[in-house]
Write a protein that binds this ligand. Structure first.
Ligand SMILES: Nc1ncnc2c1ncn2[C@@H]1O[C@H](COP(=O)(O)OP(=O)(O)OP(=O)(O)O)[C@@H](O)[C@H]1O
Length: 901
């Protein structure tokens, strides 16, 4: 060590224990007012930043150390004026080591002021040996690397890396300075730093720095290990806690088990030996349910998507704590997944369906079933038998092909040498479901169209019975959301599968008959998706072997499901959907058919439903007909069934009263219900009032309509003349086409007004001469929308009646489209319209000539025989049929010809 190259007098500043300032380091410390003011005057007096000797106090009560650091005052902050208690804040920057020779006990450990002392500056640091430089660098780099690794702050890590780069490049002459920089900026023990302060010689300083770094890095290593071991011991505690919980649960189970088994040796005391309550055995039920779910997963066919998914979710379920929301969600999903009747699963594979189809009497039995459930409907039953025959043939063919393939597979297996594994002989070979088994085994998709209550749903039920398959009905009325059919994705709260999967689960077999009811009432495409598009996927044989329910998220094979659809009308069904279906039209029943249905099916059904035997209620024929004609007016038989039900209930009350009073007064019971009693039972007839209203009036004729429900009926076309300017006003919620029909009718009447003797010359407008009028044409039931061209004939007749004054009989109703030239064109729904007219007691109908064949084919003979039909080609013929021959004053033809020339 070489000393005293120079010395000077410096104000000595005591750094109270454990503060220390090393060369190159910085420190900020509060100083008392006296010291602060002394330093302030020093700062004011000197031109540059003044130097002080910052000397550490080795222990709290000890005197000052003999080594210190000459430091520049870089900042001195005065406290707020007037506040004597507050200290000055002083910042120092360490420059170089100094020795304070007389820092003995007499040097006051100040705070009352500063003392000037002689300080010595060491002459030179010397050059360190290369060995100590290498060691210094290695230890410094190791420490820096460790610090960078352990810190979580990126900024700190960057600065450690930067210092490491400096250390690597530092020259031997600057190594001692680098040691100062590092030791002053890394936190370490006070004693080490104190010793380091006294190391003047460069070599010595590097050695001390090296041991300082080594010590620090081992400390950081150890502290890391300690943190790790604390973490480990914590997780061990948690593990232990978890295991203890499980143990407690197992013990609870065991106690429950012993309590519930009557023969088990009782571990519990007598106070618990009462009957087990369903409130106590939650845990037990839970375990049983889980075991059941597990067994179901195991029963699923191997190597199938559904099984893989179930296994994956089961494993997830096991990892998630019970009682958590996630646990509930997964469990719910697995329960759904295992309860779907997957076609390849052993548990749900349809076993007897083929047996039924193989039966040689299958078709005969099916016919009997249909006859037993439904009256009449000959054509439809014939179509259904054809359909069932196709289903049978296809299923048998697919079965045959599957057997052949299995046979071929077996032969192939026989060629493979047997594995001599001890278990191999006990494991039965699992038949691998082959693609041929998935062949489309059904006929076309049937769509029953017809008015309500005509037996569409019950026909579907009969088909299911004939095939001995479960029947499920899905009501599509009001389904607006695609998710109702396809399900919601599992990410939705309270999500679940769609209607198809729900029906499959309820059916419990992969080949049920599913009736898609009210297909026409499916909502249109909207922002919730397109339900019709989802239905398309369900019904399309090309796609439905891999139906995708959003919730289940595993393709479901629907190819074995028999879908049957029903609808009231075809108008609102989208064309692609219609394209997938084969339409079977059901029209309304005639009164005779209704009487038969009522006698054979509805009455026995209602008697049974109301607890009566057949001898307790006899409805006479006139009474039944009166119910059908005066209390109901519908194409189907639903209201009729309801009315019969009401009669049965009425009689049930009477019968019960009779039984009760037998012992006493003895009230007489009459089982026969006559026509005159009906008013007492069912109230005033519903359809009488309208009958009376139907009187002959100028400008009013009856048209024939088919409602949105597919029911036929009559609708008056009313016209009146009001003072005006020759305009036509059309009201009654009319669509564009029907409005055009009205205008067409008026144009025809105007053109032919002269021929009909309405006007006296061809040039006169019948609405302006003799009086200037407007015509108001109205179709009642204003709230019901009406459209279509078939009211043309009725409108023309109404206008002619209005302008000529001739009336059309109220027993006549008509339908037909007209052209501008006066031709009458064919219209649809003839059977419904004629039956509707028959129900409304119309005796003559005027129909387009082109619809003759429809009457011949579709209208039952009993209706045809009691009604008069006028088939017309032109409007003239229609007018003649409506008003009667010669009722209208046509001008003679010759005059017509002349005037035309
Ligand atoms: N031909 C028939 N023979 C015997 N019973 C019939 C016949 N037609 C209908 N029914 C009976 O009428 C009732 C109503 O029939 P169903 O429910 O099948 O009507 P629907 O056509 O499906 O009506 P909706 O269009 O309103 O669904 C049922 O009890 C059914 O058994």
């Amino acid at each position: 060590m070489s000393f005293t190259a120079s010395s000077s007098t410096l104000p000595v500043l005591a750094l109270s224990h454990p503060l220390i300032l090393l060369p190159t380091g910085r420190i900020a410390l509060p100083v008392s007012k006296a010291v602060g003011e002394a330093l302030l005057s020093l700062v004011r007096e000197s031109d540059e930043q003044p130097l002080v000797a910052a000397v550490p106090q080795t222990a709290p009560e000890a005197s000052l150390y003999q080594w210190g650091t000459a430091a520049r005052i870089i900042r001195l902050i005065r406290p707020a004026t007037g506040n004597v208690k507050h200290h000055y804040l002083l910042s120092l920057n360490g420059i170089t080591r100094v020795r304070v020779p007389d820092s003995g006990p007499d040097l006051p450990v100040i705070n009352s002021g500063i003392v000037y002392r002689q300080v010595e500056y060491p002459s030179s640091d010397g050059t360190p040996t290369s060995e100590s430089v290498v060691k210094f660098k290695a230890s410094a780099l190791k420490l820096l690397e460790q610090l960078a690794r352990d810190t979580t702050q990126q900024a700190k890590r960057d600065s450690y890396n930067k210092v490491a780069a400096m250390v690597e490049e530092v020259s031997p002459t600057r190594a001692a300075w680098m040691a100062d920089v590092m030791v002053s900026s890394i936190s370490g023990e006070y004693a080490d730093k104190l010793e380091f302060l006294s190391a003047v010689d460069a070599d010595d300083r590097l050695r001390r720095a090296t041991s300082f770094f080594i010590k620090q890095s081992s400390i950081s290593e150890v502290s890391k290990r300690i943190t790790q071991s604390i973490d480990e011991s914590l997780s061990k505690q948690q593990k232990e806690f978890f295991l203890r919980q499980q143990l407690a649960a197992i013990q609870r189970e065991l106690i429950n088990l012993q309590r519930s088994s009557p023969s088990g040796n009782s571990m519990s005391d007598d106070s618990h030996s009462g009957p087990p309550s369903e409130l106590d055995d939650d845990g037990q039920a839970e375990v049983e349910e889980m075991a059941e779910v597990k067994a179901k997963i195991e029963a699923m066919a191997k190597d199938t998507e559904e099984r893989k998914m179930a296994v994956r979710e089961w494993k997830r379920l096991k990892r998630i704590p019970q009682g958590s929301v996630e646990h509930g969600v997964i469990r719910n999903y697995i329960e759904w997944l295992v309860s779907i009747p997957w076609p390849n699963s052993v548990a749900t594979r349809p076993s007897n369906s083929l047996e039924v189809l193989r039966d040689r009497h299958f078709l005969k039995n099916a016919r009997e079933q249909l006859d037993a459930d439904h009256f009449g409907l000959e054509k439809i039953k014939r179509r259904l038998i054809e359909y069932l025959a196709v289903v049978r043939l296809k299923a048998l063919q697919a079965d045959h092909e599957t057997r052949q393939l299995e046979e071929a597979n077996k032969n192939e297996l026989a060629l493979v040498p047997r594995v001599s594994h001890p278990e191999a002989s006990t494991v039965a070979p699992v038949p691998v479901p082959h693609k041929a088994a998935r062949k489309n085994v059904k006929g076309p998709i049937l769509l029953f169209v017809g008015p309500p209550g005509t037996g569409k749903t019950s026909l579907g039920q009969s088909i299911a019975q004939a095939l001995d398959r479960p029947f499920q009905r899905i009501s599509l009325g009001g389904v607006r959301d695609e998710a109702e059919i396809r399900g919601h994705r599992r990410t939705y709260v309270a999500s679940g599968p769609g209607l198809i999967v729900q029906a499959l689960r309820k059916a419990g077999r992969a080949d049920p008959v599913i009736l898609l009811d009210e297909m026409d009432k499916v909502g249109q495409s909207n922002f919730h998706g397109d339900p019709a598009a989802a239905l398309l996927e369900v019904l399309d044989p090309e796609q439905n072997h891999a139906f995708n329910d959003h919730y289940i998220n595993v393709p479901i094979d629907l190819s074995q499901v028999l879908f049957i659809c029903t609808s009231n009308t075809l108008e609102t069904i989208s064309a692609p959907l219609l394209d997938r279906c084969e339409i079977v039209q059901l029209s309304g029943y005639t009164y005779t058919e209704k009487m038969h249905i009522a006698r054979k099916f509805l009455l026995p059904k209602q008697l049974q439903a109301n607890g009566l035997a057949s001898e307790h209620l006899t409805l006479t024929d006139p009474a039944l007909l009166h119910v059908a004609t005066h209390y109901t007016r519908e194409a189907g038989v639903r209201s009729l069934e309801r009315a019969i039900g009401a009669i049965a209930r009425f009689k049930a009350v009477e019968w019960a009263e009779h039984l009760d009073s037998e012992a006493g007064v003895g009230k007489e019971y009459k089982d026969v219900v006559e026509e005159d009693e009906l008013e007492r039972i069912l109230g005033v007839p519903r359809w009488d009032a309208e009958e009376r209203e139907r009187e002959e009036r100028r400008g009013v004729v009856y048209g024939l309509v088919v409602t949105g429900m597919g029911e036929g009926g009559t609708l008056p076309v009313e016209t009146i003349a009001v003072p005006g300017t020759g305009k036509l006003k059309l009201t009654g919620s009319l669509g564009e086409v029907i409005k055009e029909s009205g205008e067409l009718a008026l144009s025809w009447v105007k053109t032919n007004a002269y021929s009909l003797c309405i006007t006296n010359s061809r040039s006169q407008d019948p609405l302006l001469v003799p009086n200037s009028i407007d015509i108001h044409l109205h179709l009642p039931s204003g709230a019901v929308k009406k459209d279509g061209p078939s009211a043309g004939v009725a409108m023309t007749c109404a206008l002619v009646s209005l302008l000529t004054g001739a009336c059309v009989s109220t027993n006549i109703a008509m339908t037909g489209e007209i052209t501008l030239r006066g031709r009458v064109g064919a219209v649809g729904g003839i059977k419904e319209k004629v039956l509707g007219a028959h129900r409304a007691n119309i005796t003559k109908v005027i129909l387009p000539w082109a619809n003759r064949k429809d009457v011949d084919h579709d209208v039952p003979l009993e209706v045809r025989s009691v009604m008069e039909f006028a088939f017309v080609r032109t409007v003239e013929e229609a007018l003649e049929a409506a008003f009667g021959a010669g009722a209208l004053g046509w001008r003679p033809k010759s005059t017509l010809l002349e005037s035309r020339l």
